[in-house]
Design a protein around this ligand. Sequence first.
Ligand code: GSH
Length: 350
Amino acid sequence: MLRHLYIGAPVALAAAAFAATSQPAAAGPVLDEILEKGAVTCLVNSNSPGFSTPDSGGRYAGFNVAFCRMAAAAIFGDADKADIRGIGFSDSMKTIVADGAHMASRSITRTGTRDTDPGMAFVVTTFYDGQGFMVPKKLGVASAQELDGATVCAEEGSTTLLNIADWFGDRNMNYKVENIADKTARLQAFFSGKCDVMSSDFSALAADRLLAPEPAAYTLLPDVISAEPLTLLAQPDQALESVLFWSFQVMLNAEALGVTSENIDAVLADLENQPAAVRRMFGADSAMGDMAKKLGIADDWAIAVIRQVGNYGEVFERTIGSASPMGLERAGTANRLWTEGGLLYAHPIR
Ligand SMILES: N[C@@H](CCC(=O)N[C@@H](CS)C(=O)NCC(=O)O)C(=O)O
């Protein structure tokens, strides 16, 4: 069906010129394995409201889960062909290194030492975050500067512990860490008062607060003590990394161009009258079609991603945005498009 879509002449010519000089490449070995298996295995946090939570039937939904479904939509034309598995934080990185999963979408910070591990490929940052602190309101603390002597609950193997050591150490402040790997046990320790304060990425704290017996009894302090670029992690594989990176760029470009899961069919029905950048993304002999041939996936992968998952802004608002239970205000944060003052920079699809 896609083949019958009208393609503007300049686009078609550009694609033809490129095709004449390029050889179709085989998919990478990991992408090959995914295609053979019929599903992309994607690791997520097993319970993080807004980011990844299973419904009563065990089907996962949320912001991070959307990028697992993005991968499945791009590779198979079917967002349901993601084998989504809830797993503990440090185990998720170990599993990727051991080739036990294809990708992870679970608020993993891209750091230098992780990135230089040959078993892990950080692909693209989906959420720009920073580390914060959550305290019970009854502690009466208004700033992290007042936390001298506090017991802090944090995640084993996380950047959180490293940042706490830096932050308290730089200020000659004392602290004690309750380093609890199991998330349920850690939350239980905090909500029962075993720790004075819980530290993690702001987004994780906002999600965890919703799991408190009484969320209104807790508050997030205003201090942001680190940079946490939360990034998709994959098994190293050039083709898989390209699929993830460029599917994500489709989600950003679609937002910038105003194409949504709601209006994409109308856009496709009138493709010849759309801006060139829209035609390049969704037309048959488009840049995306050319990329698909080199990757060994279906031409219409951009259409599948937007139709079945949505653009970045839609996913953000639906899962964690201001009208969702998480209630995160996107405006004024780094997680806006760069044209609106954020850090999300839609790369050119051409
Ligand atoms: N982004 C930081 C912190 C990650 C982190 O601590 N995540 C925890 C906080 S919620 C987590 O995912 N725990 C849930 C789990 O282990 O399932 C990192 O990459 O080190």
